[in-house]
Design a protein around this ligand. Sequence first.
Ligand SMILES: *Cc1c(COP(=O)(O)O)cnc(C)c1O
Length: 376
Amino acid sequence: MAAAVVTDIRIPANLLPSDGRFGCGPSKVRTEAADVLRSLSASVLGTSHRQAPVRSLVGRLRSGLGELFAAPPGYEVVLGNGGSTAFWDLATFGLIESTSQHLVFGEFSSKFAEAAAAAPHIGTPQVVSSPAGTHPQPAPSEEVDLYAFTHNETSTGVMMPLRRPEFPAEAIVAVDATSGAGGLRFDPAEVDVYYFAPQKSFAADGGLWVALLSPAALERAERIGRSGRWVPAFLDLRIAITQSRLDQTYNTPAVATIILFVEQLEWMLANGGLDFAASRCERSARTMYAWAEGCGFASPFVSDPAQRSNVVATIDLDEEVDADTVNKVLRANGIVDTDSYRKLGRNQLRIGMFPAVEPDDVEALTSCVDFVVSAL
Ligand SMILES: *Cc1c(COP(=O)(O)O)cnc(C)c1O
């Protein structure tokens, strides 16, 4: 079929998902959360983030996240503006003493390594990398004072288990959980810094960073802060910690984002917490990978089933099926953001299966792809 007319392909209504948003961030925002946002439009939106209505939301966010992650005593939830990308710089200034070790297995994990490599005030980072579609193992080293892991590499659809390396005892473990947090299980005792942003599993908008910090990480931030190292105030973790303890942020946050974030978090908690949220993602992932394995024209990109992400599926298509064309037809039918990560350069679909996405909709999506491919 010529490119000019493929978008005329109509997927039968009975095959369509109830919601067509399958992006990996920004990702589907639940309509119920948007309704709550509207209900607060005259009371909380447009009011001071230094007053009780917004501060109580930030307080619910901090305590609710502690509950969701079953944080051990002494762990604290800290937040600020700038998203996970800003947190790489906060960590480079305020958490890496001199040598970090980065497990690099995709676009996002490489960016923190690049930030550390470019910083003049710390040593050269150690980089342990593995081919796209796999994750490397840490290589414990006495020189390392911070291990940088990524719970879910969003660019490739690989997830990794979080385990503290055996040594050195003083090293802290910092995990980029931007797309994994809220959708993947983990043991918080294995990590010191679990940081993320709310536009993925927490179904809100971007722009904030949030970090669960262990007592060791809080102590590290305090010690580096006192050492005399120059840190721009916006990237100063100590300031963020002080402000967070007051249920505030250093500068003005997006109040609407906080409302959506709290709404998604409390929806998870009311339904059973992380077990509920992770189970939904697991069900979606089982459906997606079983379909890809049984399908004549597709296959999971990640070959080791244990490394296949429960929140971001990457599905390769055979050469004769052009993923860009499939995505174009899906989009014309209201199913959006199934495109692969550009820089990966593969003939691939990438599907966000965050907790807000209905597992039944993931099933419906597979039927829609089958229909589109048979119609092409
Ligand atoms: C989306 C993403 C980021 C970037 O998050 P921002 O909030 O846009 O800075 C970083 N790391 C991972 C793993 C991501 O998925």
